[in-house]
Design a protein around this ligand. Sequence first.
Ligand SMILES: [Ca+2]
Ligand SMILES: [Ca+2]
Length: 134
Amino acid sequence: MELNASQYAHYVFKAFDHDGSGTINFQEFVLGLSTISRGSPTEKLQWTFNLYDINGDGCITREEMREIINSIYNLLGRFTEPCVSAEATRDHADRVFDKLDMNKDGIVTFDEFLETCLHDENITKSLSLLDTVL
Ligand SMILES: [Ca+2]
Ligand SMILES: [Ca+2]
């Protein structure tokens, strides 16, 4: 599947759209922005988790992780030289996913996500690449 910057924008939009109505009202917008800029570490991670949980079922699959990281790289790719290869992107996504999936059951729950991120600064950094593009 072809991913591009507008898809990433779509995912970010979805993360802001708290009630999933398809539109962002002023309250949701303010809530999203204040979480990103002033939220506690847990609140920020909850927000990031929601971004990665594309279908909103409460857990992150490997496919979802690949898709978001891919779309972030696609967006960043416009500003970086040389471009990151598709394999490198996939590798990165798999490495992050394997770290997050503590019990190796193929899905990342919010508890696993929180636990890993609060103890591993590098993971938090690579997950919050979006800080630099928002
Ligand atoms: Ca999901
Ligand atoms: Ca798991």
